[in-house]
Design a protein around this ligand. Sequence first.
Ligand SMILES: Nc1ncnc2c1ncn2[C@@H]1O[C@H](COP(=O)(O)OP(=O)(O)OP(=O)(O)O)[C@@H](O)[C@H]1O
Ligand SMILES: [Mg+2]
Length: 347
Amino acid sequence: MAFFSNWFKFTSRDMAIDLGTANTVVYVRGHGIVLNEPSVVAVETLNGVKRVKAVGEDAKLMMGKTPDSIEAIRPLRDGVIADIDIAEQMIKWFISKVHGHRRFPRFPEIVICVPSGSTSVERRAIRDAASNAGASQVFLIEEPMAAAIGADMPVTEPIGSMVVDIGGGTTEVAVLSLRGLAYTTSVRVGGDKMDEAIVSYVRRHHNLLIGEATAERIKKEYGIAQKPADGVGATIHIKGRDLVNGVPKEIAINQGQIADALAEPIGTIVEGVRIALENTAPELAADIVDQGIVLTGGGALLKGLDEELRDETGLPVTVAEDPLTCVAIGTGRAMEDPVFRGVLQTA
Ligand SMILES: Nc1ncnc2c1ncn2[C@@H]1O[C@H](COP(=O)(O)OP(=O)(O)OP(=O)(O)O)[C@@H](O)[C@H]1O
Ligand SMILES: [Mg+2]
């Protein structure tokens, strides 16, 4: 039996990868999700030579805290590939973390979900990186399609449905029907812009400088898309550096103020959804009235965002079961289930 279970591991090396601007999630055929780490690489420069020091969780912990010789890089910032060499090293590192350096009877197939804002040159570069890492065949899949499959939406049927994937760098809005994207639009606003909005609100109103990591923590814990009923909500204590006298300091703000800080990025997301609805063919729009809108991506976890979209569109809005892994699960299913083969792209 031991022999067979090892053999099984050896033959199921095929992988689906959600290469996100904030997180990379890896799914292995027959096993499901095996890795979920921040898309961050810490690079050390010694005597002019660059070397990868840490990747993923370990590298994210260094963000904003590195000495001059080390830089924590997010190679896929803003929904595009900002640094392809580092992105390639990151992909290879994650693949070898999943598989180690074992030898295999055959090379694996890899399906990668790419930010839909990426250019054909960038897509080719990602494909080459996966090939260099040992893949025999590389397929790409559009992020909204993967998100919709992962959220169990009826993408293969002649029924229109709308998915809104709010990631770190971008928000993708898409209408799907019959294995295809009937309409898609993407706005360069996601979780990162929400973090930046909190940083600049605190700087403007309290003369306090805080880091991105702190802003992200505040957003996840207290962030809210609509003002609390009493306009104030919970009180939050934030530490940072005073801009006037330069020393560390702590201030208090409330959830109502966080809602004010987030109003602009959220408004942009709502606007993207509105534009998509306006551009949807009438028959598909009629389906969306029944099916509603499904939210995926980490940004879907922001408190009250579903409510805000419901108020603004008058449509039913639901959050997918596990928004952070939805895209990876959909990419994995597209790889495993022949029903979805048609949605995979070779270039
Ligand atoms: N509870 C939460 N509330 C609000 N935002 C959250 C929460 N949990 C995670 N996020 C945010 O979700 C974002 C990451 O989401 P996700 O992993 O879907 O992005 P990604 O797929 O890497 O990015 P992209 O799709 O743009 O390439 C981050 O900005 C993170 O701060
Ligand atoms: Mg994503």
